[in-house]
Design a protein around this ligand. Structure first.
Ligand code: CP
Ligand code: NVA
Length: 326
């Protein structure tokens, strides 16, 4: 079988733990530079309707396949805009419109797309799907959310935390709610970057032991508790996410009943103190896991966090698809 590839050994981003602490720091440093550059240079060029200079487009002429099995606002738009501003074409591919939706295998899809494009991002139901894509693709594959992880989100979260606190090490991050995919990536990132993490989840909805063990192997597992108020005390960062992730819809009624207490509201923010920040990967279900008062309040950084999806995705694409040295 021919093994043609412009990238002989692609590096993939399937789990946040695929990155070393040094690589994460380098991605965040570059994302900060790109944020600055976009404000100063790129905006000046786009505002006067002239094309951005080619040196800001290191991916000129490349294409990136973006597979989505689930809906998306931030991930899709930030990746497409990131690709465009780097000079690449981002190709949105709904899995239901691909032959994948009619039974073509994930492995064959990976092999075929690798003959056309220079990178693949994939938002999937089963983590195994993105792992299989990576196994068979000869171009870099990036996990754009699976049932197990959301590494691109967590890079934006780390960037946002760093912007507010000037660093990561030693901060206490308290997760309130479901021990889900975003929580898993944050647990691993905290272990890698030296943050103390507390997870306050209803019994039965804690992070899986596999993730806790992996975090322990990296160097520190989170403290898992059931009382959100206890978790909020001492928190520098309060984080939550939906009680009902994509794929969990059949459990909606039960989850709404169980999760009521796991809401970031003003009382919880007050317990953390006025220097704490509040994060949410979005989309938010206002009135469920977070109140309007908190989401729109002075301690919320959720829209900075959303914006940082763009800058961190650019840094990842430049590195993995463009081969830029970190
Ligand atoms: N945070 C996040 O991944 O949002 P989307 O589902 O809109 O992409
Ligand atoms: N945990 C959520 C994140 C959405 C960005 C989900 O998987 O639906």
């Amino acid at each position: 079988m021919s093994t043609y590839s412009p990238f002989p050994k692609p590096t993939h981003l399937i789990s946040i733990a695929d990155l070393s602490p040094g690589q994460i720091t380098a991605v965040l440093d570059r994302a900060e530079e790109l944020k600055q550059l976009r404000a100063e240079v790129y905006a000046a060029h786009t505002n006067c309707n002239t094309p951005a200079p080619l040196e800001t487009m290191p991916l000129f002429g490349r294409s990136i396949a973006m597979i989505f099995e689930k809906p998306s606002t931030r991930t899709r738009v930030s990746l497409e805009v990131a690709a465009a501003e780097l000079g690449a074409r981002g190709m949105y591919l709904s899995s239901s419109e691909l032959q994948l939706g009619r039974g073509e295998t994930v492995a064959d899809t990976a092999r075929v797309l690798s003959r056309f494009v220079h990178g693949i991002t994939a938002r999937v139901f089963l983590h195994q799907t993105v792992e299989t894509l990576a196994r068979y693709a000869s171009v870099p594959v990036m996990n754009a959310l699976s049932d197990q992880e959301h590494p691109l989100q967590i890079l934006a979260d780390l960037m946002t935390i760093r912007e507010y606190f000037g660093g990561l090490r030693g901060l206490q991050v308290t997760w309130v709610g479901d021990g889900n995919n975003v929580c898993n990536s944050l647990i691993l990132a905290s272990a890698l970057m030296g943050m103390e993490m507390v997870v306050a989840s209803p019994p039965g909805y804690e992070p899986k032991s596999k993730i806790l063990e992996q975090a322990m192997q990296i160097g520190r597992a989170p403290r898992v508790i059931s009382d959100p108020l206890e978790g909020a005390k001492e928190a520098d960062v309060l984080v939550t996410d939906t009680w009902i992730s994509m794929g969990d819809e059949a459990e909606e009624a039960e989850r709404l009943r169980i999760f009521g207490r796991y809401q970031i509201n003003q009382a919880l923010v007050d317990a953390a103190g006025e220097d704490a920040i509040v994060m949410h990967c979005l989309p938010a279900h206002r009135g469920q896991e977070i109140t309007d008062e908190v989401m729109d309040g002075p301690q919320s950084v959720v829209f900075d966090e959303a914006e940082n999806r763009l800058h961190t995705s650019k840094a990842v694409l430049e590195w993995l698809v463009g081969g830029r040295r970190l």
